[in-house]
Design a protein around this ligand. Structure first.
Ligand code: SAM
Length: 332
């Protein structure tokens, strides 16, 4: 796989499907699955989200929260795929997307991502250019928030698109989001670096806030992680948990539907064996957790990462989880 450094010092790596990614400076962890950055955004996020929206006959207004926006693949691929879906005129009157990302130095990478040939409709609709201009303006004027609001050209199915990006720390931004946008979102794409290296972004406390940001019953969260601590935290926060399609060497991702009731004690019955009856699921996109996955979710493995004040560091979160697991072992 080839690497190329641009003028800003960002080192781009070509992934398996020809699309580019970056590596995290501190940990060396790649931003995307080596099988394909574009493919990952399609398989883990855009494709299953659109299939579920389609099963619900597409709500007239769709609100998406894209957490850890990075190079922007998840949002860009979602919009592109939605625009390529054959829908009657004005099916979606408003598509509004809010993105949260801490690192402003990624703006050139966002622009570079948009310029790839995988986004032809974003380009022809004028959205591509509008977002690039907004991002360039952000770089110039130093502000931390940018917004684009437009009627996409030549796209009849989506009347209006509002896109907003906030450069902020995820954990600091959540309380304000919750105060202003309770039960507003149809979708959350959750894409931080891995739970092992950054447990602070995979806590029961963050997922509980997401549960309240999502629309009751119909809201959905997508993530690439299949970690036991993540799935159990989602179940404890009041989500039903499913697996999404595998990509590359990974066994799949996770879909969490905001239709269950949380519980203080982890119970495997929170993960239903059947998919919600209303949806026409495509069997290739979603799976109930199989025996293997359920067996792995022992009470010990299911202890979630906790961070009630949204302020603990990695070491404290890992230590507290270990202590909780040790207590469980002593009790049994
Ligand atoms: C796996 S990458 C995301 C890839 C991205 N979704 C995409 O499609 O390109 C993880 C991202 O989390 C961001 N991040 C790290 N710490 C953060 C924080 N405290 N708040 C918000 N974003 C953070 C990183 O800057 C990085 O862009």
């Amino acid at each position: 796989m080839s690497e190329a450094r641009d003028n800003e010092g960002l080192v781009y790596i070509e992934t398996g499907d020809g699309s580019i990614t970056l590596a995290d400076y501190e940990t060396g962890e790649w931003y995307h699955n080596s099988a394909g950055a574009f493919k990952e955004s399609l398989v883990n996020y855009a494709e299953p989200a659109i299939a579920l929206l389609g099963a619900e006959k597409y709500p007239g207004a769709i609100a998406l929260l894209d957490i850890c926006f990075g190079m922007g693949y998840n949002t860009f691929t979602f919009i592109e795929a939605l625009m390529q879906t054959d829908l009657p005129a004005s099916t979606i009157q408003n598509l509004s997307i809010k993105a949260v990302e801490i690192d402003k130095s990624l703006i050139p990478a966002m622009i570079k991502t948009l310029e790839q040939p995988v986004y032809p409709i974003l380009k022809s609709s004028g959205l591509n250019l509008a977002i690039v201009e907004m991002l360039r303006e952000l770089l110039k004027n130093g502000t931390c928030q940018g917004r684009v609001s437009m009627i996409p050209q030549g796209v009849s199915s989506i009347d209006r698109i509002d896109f907003e990006i906030c450069f902020d720390d995820l954990r600091l931004s959540l309380p304000a989001l919750l105060a202003e946008e309770k039960h507003c979102y149809d979708l959350i794409f959750h894409d931080p670096f891995s739970p092992r290296k950054f447990p602070q972004f995979w806590t029961l406390d963050i997922f509980s806030i997401y549960r309240r940001l999502l629309k009751e019953k119909s809201g959905k969260l997508f993530t690439y992680s299949v970690a036991d601590a993540v799935r159990s935290a989602l179940a404890l926060a009041g989500f039903s948990v499913y697996r999404t399609r595998a990509l590359g060497r990974k066994t799949g991702g996770t879909l969490a539907v905001a239709d269950a009731t949380g519980s203080n004690s982890f119970g495997l019955n929170l993960i239903p064996k059947e998919l919600p009856g209303l949806f026409q699921f495509s069997p290739e996109l979603f799976f109930v957790l199989d025996e293997n996955e359920l067996e792995k979710l022992t009470p010990r493995q299911a202890v979630p990462y906790r961070d009630p004040g949204l302020s603990l560091d990695r070491a404290a979160i890992l230590r507290n989880r270990q202590n909780e697991q040790d207590l469980l072992s002593q009790e049994s």
